[in-house]
Write a protein that binds this ligand. Structure first.
Ligand SMILES: Cc1cc2nc3c(=O)[nH]c(=O)nc-3n(C[C@H](O)[C@H](O)[C@H](O)COP(=O)(O)OP(=O)(O)OC[C@H]3O[C@@H](n4cnc5c(N)ncnc54)[C@H](O)[C@@H]3O)c2cc1C
Length: 481
């Protein structure tokens, strides 16, 4: 039971911890601080050093997992008792063509580095996660989606080429046409087939550093899903905030790029200085201490009050302009906000449901959570469309991401709730996301991915990593090795 353990069960191969230098042994965590996991951490600067760690792993009989910024909510970037290759030193933008918008990066360039590099030339990354602290390698491995998934698909659809270093020592160049099977499996494959060492992406042209944002209140979940469905074809981005305690109050933000001529001073708004989120609230309170003030509200009563206040403040339909960074990276406004969840941290559960079944399934799930006294404190809804990556999480429908506080007293009950959620989602034809959910079991993964997909993934794994060096806590949990 992943939520419960300080250090999730180590597999047989990772039990020989004493064979590597002690000073490399480090306690790592997940983004939500609900897990702790010891591993030997190496920080390679390039392919040569990665190869030498592959060799070391084979000699010591340990497995290796890859880690970008470690922002996955779950155990994706952990490898209990094994080796973790922290790739953050491979963080150079190696080429940028402002004429065509094509950029080539090392894997641990962050979304922040990327947009800051390309925006002054009038480009923006076509797909970004809700935080700019993630790395491109981590984003490709999970195949992240943005608030425009219904329009632009996942990040993988904007990758023109990548180079991967396989555990066999082979360096392989992949594109949608060249080694296409590996291209579609490594993107979404959660780092289990090889290491992205170089990534080339196509950026999106923008005429301004601003977006036009329409804010609409919603009273019920049904209304929220209907508005998202109706609005998506008309806008570049659509995202909903859902109060999971009242199960319905909420707000939708629909945003559009400005067209040529709409922004009177694009030279100014395209500058990084215009975009940057202020580091002080009201120009006074340093934002990096704000999470301490949030902590007293992170409980059922406190969050009920916060949600109601937020709903009352959002009752008025209105439009505004926001910078790209303000709109996309709301979760970066309060640095380290996850610490406000306290010692046990938080987990996120994101389910993806077909548009026909979403309303009934989420109504059942949110009511169940409330009945058990375990309501989610944050709900975020998005519109999605399917894609053809091997371990895809997307559907023609919606996703709902929900955050839950973990405490010593509720871990076992939360685990049970997540299992009940999985059953409801699977019965409704839904899917899960390997970068978020902490409790997906072998059986659930097989049911949503399908036997054929799992067999294809295993065959590729055998081809790229015949001795099974690449493993993570997530991989052992969902593929049962
Ligand atoms: C506040 C917040 C908001 C988020 N919003 C969104 C969102 O809007 N949409 C969304 O889709 N996701 C979102 N996420 C999830 C996040 O985008 C993913 O978990 C992403 O994978 C994290 O990137 P990372 O660099 O931290 O990767 P890590 O967490 O370090 O690693 C993730 C996976 O990538 C693999 N990996 C890392 N580097 C490489 C490499 N070079 N080659 C091969 N594999 C590699 C690892 O093995 C691991 O399996 C959010 C997360 C947070 C914390």
């Amino acid at each position: 039971m992943l939520l419960v353990g300080l250090c999730p069960a180590m597999n047989e191969r990772n039990k020989t911890m004493q064979t590597l230098p002690y000073e490399k042994f480090t306690l790592l965590g997940n983004f939500g601080h609900s897990l702790r996991s010891p591993a030997y951490v190496f920080q390679p600067k390039g392919a040569e050093e990665i190869l030498s760690v592959f060799k070391l792993a084979k000699e010591s009989g340990l497995t290796i997992n890859l880690r970008g910024a470690g922002k996955s909510y779950n155990d994706a970037a952990l490898n209990s008792g094994g080796i973790v290759l922290d790739l953050q030193q491979m963080n150079r933008i190696t080429s940028w063509d402002p004429g065509s918008g094509t950029v080539t990066v090392e894997p641990s360039v962050t979304i922040c580095q990327l947009w800051q590099h390309v925006l002054p030339d009038g480009w923006w990354p076509p797909v970004v996660s809700g935080t700019m602290t993630t790395t491109l390698g981590g984003c490709l491995a999970a195949n992240v989606h943005g608030k425009n998934n219904f329009r632009e698909g996942p990040i993988g659809e904007h990758v023109t080429e990548f180079t991967t270093l396989l555990p066999t020592g082979a360096e392989v160049v992949c594109s949608p046409k060249k080694n296409g099977d590996l291209f579609r499996a490594m993107i979404s494959g959660m780092g289990m087939l090889g290491v992205f060492t170089s990534i080339t992406l196509q950026m999106k042209r923008v005429a301004s550093g601003q977006l036009k944002v329409l804010a609409l209140p919603t009273r019920t979940l049904a209304e929220q899903l209907q508005i998202i469905e109706d609005r998506a074809p008309q806008h570049d981005y659509v995202v909903g905030w859902l109060d999971c305690i009242t199960i319905g109050h909420g707000q939708i933000h629909a945003a559009d790029y400005l067209t040529e001529g709409e922004d009177p001073s694009p030279q100014k708004t395209l500058q990084v200085s215009y975009q940057t989120l202020p580091d002080r609230l009201f120009g006074v309170v340093p934002k990096n201490i704000l999470h301490y003030f949030m902590t007293p509200f992170v409980n059922n009563l406190g969050w009920w009050a916060v949600n109601n206040a937020k709903y009352i403040a959002s009752l008025r339909r209105h439009t505004m302009t926001q910078s790209h960074a303000q709109f996309h990276f709301l979760l970066d406004y309060v640095p380290n906000w996850e610490l406000s969840y306290g010692r046990g941290g938080l987990i996120e559960y994101q389910s993806f449901l077909p548009k026909e079944t979403a309303l009934a399934a989420w109504t059942e799930m949110l009511n169940l959570a409330k009945k058990r006294g375990l309501p989610s404190y944050l709900g975020v809804t998005k519109r999605h469309r399917p894609d053809d990556f091997l371990l895809t999480h997307a559907v023609d429908g919606f996703s709902l991401a929900t955050d839950f506080k973990v405490t010593d007293g509720n871990r076992a009950r939360l685990y049970q709730l997540m299992q009940d959620f999985d059953r409801i989602v699977l019965d409704a034809g839904g899917r899960f996301y390997f970068a978020k959910n902490s409790e997906t079991t072998v059986g659930s993964a097989k049911r949503y991915l399908g036997e054929e997909t799992v067999a294809k993934f295993r065959a590729l794994k055998k081809r790229c990593d015949p001795s099974g060096v690449l493993e993570s806590d997530l991989y052992r949990r969902v593929f049962g090795v």
